[in-house]
Write a protein that binds this ligand. Structure first.
Ligand code: FES
Ligand code: FE2
Length: 360
């Protein structure tokens, strides 16, 4: 069960090239992404209503998608506009879903729910991704686990001193101070490690024989959009005097037990330094790909379910942010389902009304 009335990342904008058909499963549904001749990005269902062929195996004809199996053509609104067979009659119900898609911050944001509820202004701020004063490196990978487990991993950053010991060992991390705040449906969790040693992640090229403070402040918005403000500064000095990176951690469920993980680091130092790019790419490859990912996936296997709470886990104080996130998600899902069931009950009443008034 996924929240549908929420923004998800469908792709990095750069993944969807001109004149190409790109596809990805999102919330368990096949989605086709392409660009019109104008460059506008479009998201449609990727399954032909005739014999259910993947439409990405077809081709683009102008702004229209032609199915590669028997040639039905669909416009950018998802309507079938051409049947190349017989008398060319187009069955009126031959159409595919069209999703709201917005290109912003170098990402393609998709809304899988009710179109009228999609407000691009509610996409959380990820401006740092396109900030020319920063250098951004990023990518996308798949985690073979439910997306909420990947969210748990990010919302409880006490794991970094164990899982990422080789990158984020500060020698102060046993005395970290944590706080969690909820503003509306946004959660902000902060973690502060004062007076430690420089971590390998932030100290490349620096004197490591100094005392520093580290911080890891993460913001969450539904369903799984996280921004991590992390950095290191000489002990007692303002953060602006140190090194900082804003991380983007954007999770999109592919299915109930697989997750697309879009990630990036946008740093405010070494902006034109290719070696620093390489350093962060190594962090992402090892930190996310070889440290977080196997731990989350192994946890999923040992849970044997995607319902964490049904296993009655032992909870620690450091779980506060992750638990708040789960509670908010749960209430948003319940509200969405309630509104859907009200809507379908209303539709049934009006259908009966139509029948009563019909030519019986
Ligand atoms: S499956 Fe698409 S036209 Fe037949
Ligand atoms: Fe991690």
């Amino acid at each position: 069960m996924f929240l549908r009335n929420a923004w998800y990342v469908a792709a990095w904008a750069s993944e969807v090239a001109e004149r190409a058909l790109f596809h990805r499963f999102i919330l368990g549904e096949p989605v086709l992404l392409y660009r019109k001749l104008s460059g506008e990005a479009i998201a449609l269902g990727d399954r032909c209503p005739h014999r259910f062929a993947p439409l990405h195996l077809g081709r683009l004809v102008g702004d229209v998608v032609e199915c590669g199996y028997h040639g039905l053509q669909f416009n950018a609104a998802g309507a079938c506009i051409l049947n190349p067979h017989g008398e060319g009659i187009v069955p009126p119900r031959a159409r595919i879903p069209q999703y709201v898609l917005v290109e912003k911050y170098g990402l393609l944001w998709i809304w899988m729910g009710t179109r009228d509820l999609a407000d691009p202004e509610t996409i959380p701020d990820f401006q740092h991704l396109v900030d020319p004063a920063r250098a951004t490196v990023g990518g996308v990978t798949t985690i073979n686990a439910h997306y909420e487990l990947a969210t748990d991993n990010l919302m409880d950053l006490t794991h970094v001193r164990f899982v990422h010991k080789s990158f984020v060992d500060t020698a102060a991390n046993s005395g970290g101070k944590q706080s969690v705040e909820q503003v509306g449906n946004t959660i902000v969790s902060t973690l502060w490690y004062p007076n430690g040693r420089p971590s390998a992640l932030f100290s490349k090229g620096l004197d490591t024989d100094i005392a520093v403070d580290h911080w890891f402040d993460i913001r969450w918005d539904a369903a799984a959009l996280m921004r991590l403000d992390a950095g290191m500064t000489p002990t007692g000095r303002p953060r602006a005097e140190g090194r900082q990176t804003t991380g983007s951690h954007l999770l999109t469920p592919e299915s109930k037990d697989t997750t697309h993980y879009f990630f990036a680091n946008s740093r405010n130092y070494g902006v034109n330094d290719p070696e620093m790019d390489t350093h962060f790419r190594k962090w992402q490859k090892i930190g996310f790909g070889e440290q977080d990912k196997p731990m989350i996936e192994a946890t999923q296997r040992y849970m044997g379910t995607t319902d964490l709470m049904s296993l009655k886990p032992t909870l620690l104080r450091s779980d506060a942010a992750a638990v708040k996130v789960r509670r908010i998600l749960c209430s948003l899902l319940e509200a969405e389902q309630q509104s859907e069931s009200n809507h379908s009950a209303g539709a049934q009443v009006s259908e009966k009304g139509d029948l009563r008034g019909g030519p019986v």
